[in-house]
Design a protein around this ligand. Structure first.
Ligand code: HEC
Length: 154
């Protein structure tokens, strides 16, 4: 197709419009990505400390073991808090879900008895028993933070 000068100019103009449109779409995509909450960090990345899990162990043995067993193995109608059962229930979910469940339901008949710090400590212990490694920072009793940590699906 033979084009005169005016035709070429119009062609260039059209290309500029297309490029600008692509630019706007890309910019929008970048802005949308920035507005998203941060991607979940894995609970296997060291999200509690050894000292916290030890505190959680003491709380667990005093308040939870009577039903869930000394080794989190479960007993009769009380489900295990370890192994396959634990991962089927909580794998892929934010630690905040586990925290909210324990805060509102456990210990059965006395929910909230451990207080928010105690609940975070007991979760640290449950993670330790489920072979999630300890790290440098404690698991905070803060659902905003716990919402950004996900229990690894195994
Ligand atoms: C009096 C017995 C009893 C005590 C004490 C108790 N639990 Fe439970 N727990 C249960 C029963 C029964 C269920 C299953 C019913 C349900 O899911 O609501 C359960 C369910 C759970 C679950 C969900 C398990 C799943 O299916 O994945 C968690 C987590 C849990 N308990 C944590 C705790 C913790 C932590 C404590 C101590 C702070 C505790 N429980 C104390 C009886 C108990």
């Amino acid at each position: 197709m033979i084009k005169n000068k005016a035709g070429l100019k119009a062609d260039l103009g059209a290309r500029m419009v297309v490029l600008t449109a692509i630019g706007s779409v890309l910019l929008l995509a970048v802005q949308t990505a920035a507005a998203q909450p941060p991607a979940a960090a894995p609970a296997s990345g060291g999200v509690y400390t050894t000292a916290q899990a030890e505190r959680g162990n003491a709380l667990y043995q005093a308040n939870c073991a009577v039903c869930h067993g000394g080794a989190l193995q479960g007993e009769e109608e009380n489900p295990p808090l370890s192994g396959k059962h634990f991962n089927t229930s909580w794998g892929g979910k934010p630690v905040a879900d586990l925290y909210n469940f324990i805060s509102s339901q456990m210990p059965l008949g006395q929910p909230g008895a451990l207080g928010s710090q105690g609940n975070a400590d007991v979760i640290a212990y449950i993670l330790a028993v489920n072979r999630f490694p300890a790290g440098a920072k404690e698991l905070p009793p803060d659902t905003n933070v716990l919402g950004t940590i996900a229990v690894d699906k195994r």
